[in-house]
Design a protein around this ligand. Sequence first.
Ligand code: HPA
Length: 265
Amino acid sequence: MLEAVAGNLPKAFREAPIVCGLVLGSGWGDVLRPEALHARLPYAALEGFGASTVAGHHGELLLMTLGGKRVAAFSGRRHYYEGCDLGQVVYPVELLRCLGVPAVLLTNAAGGLNPGFAPGTLMAVEDHLNLTGVNPLRGPHRPEWGPRFPDLSRVYDPALTDLLVRSGEDVRRGVYAFSVGPSYETPAEVRALRALGGDAVGMSTVPEAIVAHAAGLRVAALSCVTNPAAGLGAEPLSHAEVLAASEAAKPRMAALVAAFLRGLP
Ligand code: HPA
């Protein structure tokens, strides 16, 4: 089905190789400052995907030149907590693979577990914790999408992660803990995730990263820490706070993404 969707995209998507795919999370929707926009497609035009239902999430597939590279950007993602199936959550990375895209940059907003990661911290994901019981590869094995039991020792490509850290922006390295949501974590869960090695916690990215890595794509991921995780700050958590913090970090997020793309081979 996805091969057919890829085949029916506007011709611009197949005219020249796409160097990288982007999946933009909460607050990352308008950080892209393309040098040229080649095509834009509402998610409604992508069969089997469906529109994002979350405030702060756009719903468009953009084909652009950014940082001198041809990139396909999913502006807005689907989350497992929306009630959709994981097939919809990983749809962007699967479609990118059908287009022959070799690498993806996944972005998200996250709560800070590491006490050194104040709101506004940009974190390159080096590894993840997935203690949710949710795995996008559950189900019948699809051999063309990777092995039955994929190795996850290096989900996040070390060279791409280095590229993020050396972008010229202040970028920290850390472990992203996946939480299904949509409720935020409890303070006890936050203490547990921190004790287990998590630096930031969020409700996305991990399903896409697993599928992309298993299928042979190079994966990089980037978190914008928008709040101290539950129990670590003075205020109750709110989505408005998340969006406000990412708004303030936007110029740095934009510069970082452009520098990363410029540095890609
Ligand atoms: N927890 C989970 N997801 C999040 C958070 C958080 O504190 N902040 C932004 N996304």
